[in-house]
Design a protein around this ligand. Sequence first.
Ligand code: SF4
Length: 396
Amino acid sequence: MPTRRELLVSALAAAAAATAAAAAATGPLALAVALQNEDRAPALPKGAVPSPGLAVEPVQPVQPARWWSPLPGREVACGLCFRGCQIPEGERGECGVRENRGGQLKTLVHSRPVALNLDPIEKKPFFHLLPGASALSLGTAGCSFHCRWCQNWEISQSRPEEIPVPTRTPEEIAALALKSGAPLVACTYSEPTVFAEYVLDLAVAARKAGIKTVVVSNGSIREEPLRELCQVLTAYKVDLKAFSEKTYRVMCGGELKPVLDTLRRLAKARLWTEVVTLVIPTVNDSDAEIRSLARFVRDEVGRETPLHFTRFHPTYRLTNLPPTPVATLERAREIALAEGLPFTYVGNVPGHPGESTYCPGCKARLIHRVGMATVANRLRKGACPDCGRAIPGVWS
Ligand code: SF4
């Protein structure tokens, strides 16, 4: 019986081999294997054989962390996420991937992606960003939250030494994206905040290669690192998990206010932003909470912000609740539309009309999506071809 660690190593090797194969094949057939309903990392295939070309390093290399400050007694204060961990020498922060070595904060996950895959950009989901494009997607071990419904808990709640992986430098990732024909690199699956140094270096390397970098995040990042990332990123997706401090605290081990602050800062920085809320029965699905959330997005992020209400499926530590009824998602969408958010979507319900983009002016369907696939895009230079109304997004 393979151990969890052996399965993870096998999975990474298989995922890397699949990515290489997809890169070699390029085209819709290669991407089709990556089509899933949610932004999950590749599943762990039992019995997968590691590729001989992928030697893993048993000792975790470290690199200097960027955002921290020294404290008396050789402690350090991490300045990356809302927690602001004060870390004694030899110990790690809450995310498990940043360690105090000799009074210096180090990151253990720079250039150490534990999942690497070609995904459609709609899977993140980004709906107003290069529709139909593929994104070379990666994530490392570690997370600043502990959500009970995490679909990628096997990597987000792991420590780096539990998943020994080959090094992938930012330049190698950019080259792999180029080779695969993907115009985007997506930092996703776990929590890019905790590997922000890698995100920053990746985005610089990708930009030199003409490739855009996007982040899929819980929004827990602090102001200074976010400001630096905004200089090099193309888009940011924030999971707004609820509109309740209690839900954040009890269900995620997080806090709502820092996430709202991040959304305000993204709006101020004018970085393209989309917001996603996984609607979970009895947790965050009341009309009042949905309405408050929609009003915040409208008033503080912008009324043209895409807002995605996605369907929950029982997983990890939240298996006692049923999948979200489709009617609940439709009601959430109706509330947000009525509050003045014309780009509100239903997600994880393949084939639902609420997956598509409609012109707020003449109501014509502009981008037809089925599942995670864009099947038709009628936009002309970012505008409705029927009434000429400009549609916000990153279209080229
Ligand atoms: S990134 Fe990690 S170490 Fe830094 S404050 Fe957040 S949880 Fe703590």
